[in-house]
Design a binder for this molecule. Structure first.
Ligand code: COA
Length: 376
């Protein structure tokens, strides 16, 4: 039995929610709680506890299955890395300067053509999207897909795919942490889009393409690309402060700031700041970190009082950069992480599916006479 309340409605409908469905509850969930108390808890475990202690694969299994992962679950997750040859070949046939998110979207669509139609939102899709992101990252640099190393984790393979040289442990751990912290974000636009398509009983690959399409937008995961692209050419912390002031004075947004649900500081930011700090020291390259810190301080001074704080993207961009990723790749890396929560939440919803179908309030003219063309 579903725990979903069945609410019949009658005309005229009076219930309403804010623009962008702000404040609307679209589903009940046991997957995670995001932002309710300024916290993020995955299956009841605070993200601060998971960060650095649980790998992305463990967190993905926790999200999807609700229990500590077993070896079988992890194998199921990793099984996705065995891509049909035709899919990798399709990606490699695309122009190398195609935006990586376009390549990833096309690749997931192509993958759906090789999969039997079904509704299984299993963890394998997470492994598949990770493997495809790796193929995309390599194709951009004119490199053939990585060989499948049986024992390698998703983070190891992804770091190897984006790094210029061999992926060292510190980079793998930093990338893994980012995947953990991106794994779930509640009913965000990608997850909701995916859920809407799923509720029509389309198959998982249609749902994932819908989610990836939303994630690419600059209001969501695309913000990570924008912030890294903006920070890279800034010379130093002073120039960073000027950049913030100029943008805000011109009425523009600062990518990497703001969140619909977190009106207090997002707990992921402190974790990522600390890791970015450690990584920058280790790499002997603090330039981008110092610039990001200046942006945080300057924008914080102007935006904090309005409940706009740095979000997960600000310091994740620094970490991804130190791992070797270029700005355009960032939304694809985020997609790998987010896929875990998306698969978990869509699967949870579809277990008691009801077509998602809200209403619109008509505000046009009450009655108009229609004149056929020949009488006009
Ligand atoms: N920088 C400057 N101002 C911002 C801002 C930002 N990053 N985010 C929101 N605002 C301002 C808006 O300009 C708007 O101002 P106004 O009332 O004077 O017009 C006000 O806050 C409300 O904006 P709105 O888009 O309605 O708020 P929201 O709560 O729906 O916004 C986001 C959530 C994420 C869409 C928004 O914060 C944003 O665009 N952030 C930048 C992109 C980003 O980092 N996205 C990743 C989110 S995890």
């Amino acid at each position: 039995m579903s725990d979903r309340p069945s609410v019949a409605f009658a005309w005229p409908v009076t219930a309403s929610v804010g623009p962008g469905l702000e404040g609307a509850v679209a589903a009940t969930t046991r997957v995670s709680s995001v932002g309710e108390r300024g916290t993020l808890e995955i299956r009841g475990v605070p993200v601060e506890v998971l960060a650095g202690r649980a790998s992305f694969e463990e967190v993905a299994c926790l999200l999807i299955h609700g229990v500590r992962p077993t070896e079988e679950m992890r194998d199921e997750l990793r099984a996705g890395r065995h891509l049909p040859e035709g899919v990798a070949a399709m990606v490699c046939s695309l122009p190398r300067d195609t935006h990586p998110t376009r390549m990833l979207r096309a690749a997931v669509s192509a993958l759906g053509c090789f999969e039997p139609p079904g509704e299984d939102h299993g963890p394998r899709i997470v492994g598949q999207v990770a493997a495809l992101a790796g193929v995309v990252a390599r194709h951009r640099r004119d490199l053939s897909p990585l060989r499948v190393e049986p024992g390698a984790s998703i983070a190891e393979r992804l770091t190897a795919a984006i790094a210029d040289g061999p992926a060292d442990r510190v980079l793998v751990e930093a990338l893994d942490l980012c995947l953990v912290l991106y794994a779930d974000n509640g009913m965000d636009a990608p997850t909701f889009c995916s859920m809407v398509v799923g509720s029509a009983r389309a198959d998982p690959y249609y749902n994932v393409v819908a989610g990836l399409s939303a994630l690419r937008g600059p209001r969501v995961g695309g913000a990570s690309e924008l912030i890294l692209r903006a920070l890279l050419p800034i010379a130093d912390a002073t120039a960073a402060r000027t950049w913030v002031r100029n943008r805000l004075d011109a009425g523009q947004r600062i990518p990497g700031f703001g969140h619909r649900v977190f009106r207090a500081p997002d707990p992921r930011v402190a974790i990522l700041r600390e890791r970015a700090e450690a990584l920058a020291v280790r790499r002997g390259d603090r330039r981008l970190l110092d610039i990001a810190r200046a942006v945080e301080e300057e924008a914080g001074a102007r935006l904090e009082t309005r409940g706009i704080h740095p979000n997960v993207n600000l310091y994740a961009a620094v970490i991804f950069h130190l791992c070797g990723a270029d700005p355009e790749m960032l939304p694809c890396l985020i997609a790998v992480g987010r896929m875990a929560g998306l698969v978990a939440r869509v699967g949870e919803y579809l277990a008691h599916n009801r077509l998602i179908r809200p209403l619109c309030r008509y505000v046009g003219p009450a009655e108009r006479r229609f004149v056929p063309l020949e009488e006009r």
